[in-house]
Each structure stands twice: as C-alpha cells, then as structure tokens.
Design a protein around this ligand. Structure first.
Ligand SMILES: NC(=O)c1ccc[n+]([C@@H]2O[C@H](COP(=O)([O-])OP(=O)(O)OC[C@H]3O[C@@H](n4cnc5c(N)ncnc54)[C@H](OP(=O)(O)O)[C@@H]3O)[C@@H](O)[C@H]2O)c1
Length: 297
C-alpha cells in the first residue's frame, strides 16, 4: 500500500535527509511543501529528480496548506523557527491536514523527551509541547519522534569541545549518559516510522548511543590523537543561576545543558530494534567519519 507523505521543511538540514530516505522507500509518494523554491534548486532538484512532488507554500499561508494536504496520508514536519512556525504554523498545517483527511502527523520534535521538561524552563521544548497539545486537540493523531541530541554537538567547535583549548566543558560531573543519534539515522528512522501504520501514536524514542560528556571527550581525543581535558563549569545550581541572568537566546542554550546535566528529559522505552535491518551508527564511527568534514568546514 502506497502512502503519500507531505514533508514540511525539506530544504532544511534534517528535512533534506528525511526526503532522501523517504524517496528510497518503495511505498512512499513524497510531496514537499516549500517556500521560495526557485532559490533552493540545489537542494530540491535531486529530490524532484528522484520523484518528489513540489508544492510552493508557507505555513503562514492557509490556502497553500489546503493545497498541500489534499490526498495526503501522513504529514512529516521538520520545520524550525519561532512560535509563528513551530506553534502557529504547525497547528495551521495540522488543521488543514485534519480537514483533508490526513491520518497522522510527525511534528518537528526531534529532541530529548521534551514532554518531561518543566514548563517555563526550556522555551524550545515548551513551544513544541504546546504545539503538540494543540494538534491533539484538533484530533489529528501524532507520533512524537525523540532521538536525543544530534551527535554533531560533540564535534569540535560545535559548543562542548574547544579544539584549540583542548577542552570539553559541561556542568556537573560530566558522567551522565545522554542519548545521542546521528542526523542520518534520525532521518532514516523518521522515514520508516512515517510509513509504518502499526506504530502507535505518542512518543517514539530511539538513540544511536548513550554517552557522557567525559566519554565523548575521550573518544574525540583518541580519534584526533589530541588530549581533551574535561572541564566542569559548575554545579546544576550554578547553571540555574546562569540561566536566571541570561538573555533569552543564551537561556535556551543553557536549558539544553540543564537537561543534559540532571537527566530530567532522558529517553525511555527506546525502540531501537523495531526495524532489524536498521542499525545505528556508533558515536566513535560518527566522529571518525565527520571529523575531516568538520575540519574542512
Ligand atoms: N536534537 C537535536 O540535537 C537537534 C539539533 C538540530 C535540530 N533539531 C530539530 O530538528 C528539526 C529541524 O531542524 P533543522 O536544523 O533541520 O532546521 P533548518 O535546517 O533550519 O530547516 C528548517 C526548515 O523549516 C522550513 N520553514 C521554516 N519556516 C517555514 C514556513 N513558514 N513555511 C514553510 N517552511 C518553513 C525551512 O524552509 P526555508 O528553506 O524556506 O527556510 C527549512 O526547510 C527542529 O525541530 C529542530 O529543533 C534537533
């Protein structure tokens, strides 16, 4: 049975990989909702050449959402942005989908377990939880994909690891294991789940690996053959104090660190074995594969 999947966010970092993996599956007809497609031919052309249909539109344009959702079975959203995108935009997309008989939606969650966050503590998690609650009110079934952090966060220069200083920094003792997954495996899994009618609505969690900041530093040090010194920036109390005085942008970054320090949003009930042919890349392999690219970038 073929399903028509509408993908919102196909020009994005994660979305372009979801499109690629959807198009590789025999039972998917792929439609992409894209704004300003003319300027994005480099990303879109290979997808269209592989059979994807392109609908020009915008989450803020209701008529385009009606056009885009007609005849669609499943909506996959990988959009990114502020409340006008994640909340208003995704809810408008869900409404259009519901009106046109869409079966279910995978909203743009893709994180640690944002549903376990304390409201008011993490603006990005709050926004997604609110959007998902409103989508539920509309009556559209949803599957919430949770894969933890992307492994990229431990690439030198991406935040935690300062290659020049030779340090990996964190709050707390750096020993807490955190779920991490590669973008590629996340996209591959999203494509499979989107087409799997037997997946139950609700959270769908998986992870490439559980790894602590200290372990990540050791692995990167081994692969780069350069020492990386673990460096605690303080306790959870210090982190919370920093959040209280931070700008809203900085507070979001610290909020991610908060939940990687106290484990509050750790993933449970991992469904890693749902598709036996799908095996996840290990963190060490990801680093070995990515570092030449990261160094080049
Ligand atoms: N767990 C993690 O470590 C982690 C890390 C990174 C991202 N993520 C999550 O992954 C998801 C995707 O992130 P990303 O980094 O792939 O995002 P991205 O590269 O910024 O792409 C965002 C996509 O959303 C589209 N978009 C934004 N506003 C739109 C609108 N009004 N109408 C239609 N399309 C719109 C963009 O289209 P245009 O090309 O037109 O701008 C683009 O295709 C997000 O939920 C993000 O939080 C998770």
């Amino acid at each position: 049975m073929t399903d028509t999947i509408l993908l919102a966010g196909a020009t994005g970092m994660l979305g372009s990989r979801i499109a690629h993996h959807l198009l590789a599956l025999p039972k998917a007809r792929v439609r992409m909702l894209v704004r300003g497609s003319v300027s994005k031919t480099e990303v879109l052309k290979p997808l269209v050449d592989s059979g994807a249909e392109l609908i020009e539109g915008d989450l803020n344009d209701a008529a385009s959402l009606d056009r885009a959702t007609r005849g669609v079975d499943v909506i996959v959203s990988s959009v990114q942005g502020g409340p006008e995108v994640i909340l208003d935009g995704q809810v408008a997309l869900a409404k259009a989908g519901k009106a046109n008989g869409v079966r279910r939606m995978l909203p743009s969650d893709y994180a640690l377990d944002l549903f376990k966050a304390t409201p008011g503590e993490h603006a990005m998690f709050d926004m997604r939880a609110q959007a998902d609650a409103q989508i539920a009110e509309i009556g559209l079934e949803q599957v919430n994909i949770l894969q933890g952090a992307f492994m990229d966060m431990f690439l030198p220069g991406h935040g935690a690891i300062d290659a020049d200083a030779g340090t990996i920094s964190f709050f707390g003792d750096g020993e807490l294991p955190i779920e991490v997954t590669s973008v590629e495996d996340t996209a591959r899994m999203i494509a499979r789940v989107a087409l799997d009618r037997d997946v139950k609505p609700g959270k769908f969690a998986f992870a490439g690996e559980r790894i602590s900041f200290r372990q990540a530093g050791e692995i990167v040090a081994r692969i780069t053959d350069r020492p990386i010194r673990p460096m605690s920036m303080g306790s959870e109390t210090d982190l919370r104090a920093a959040m209280a005085n931070a700008s809203s942008e900085k507070k979001v970054m610290l909020a991610y660190l908060l939940y990687m320090t106290n484990g509050q949003t750790a993933l449970t009930d991992l469904q890693n074995d749902r598709y036996p042919d799908l095996r996840f890349e290990r963190f060490a392999d990801f680093i070995a594969r990515s570092l030449p690219i990261a160094a080049h970038a």
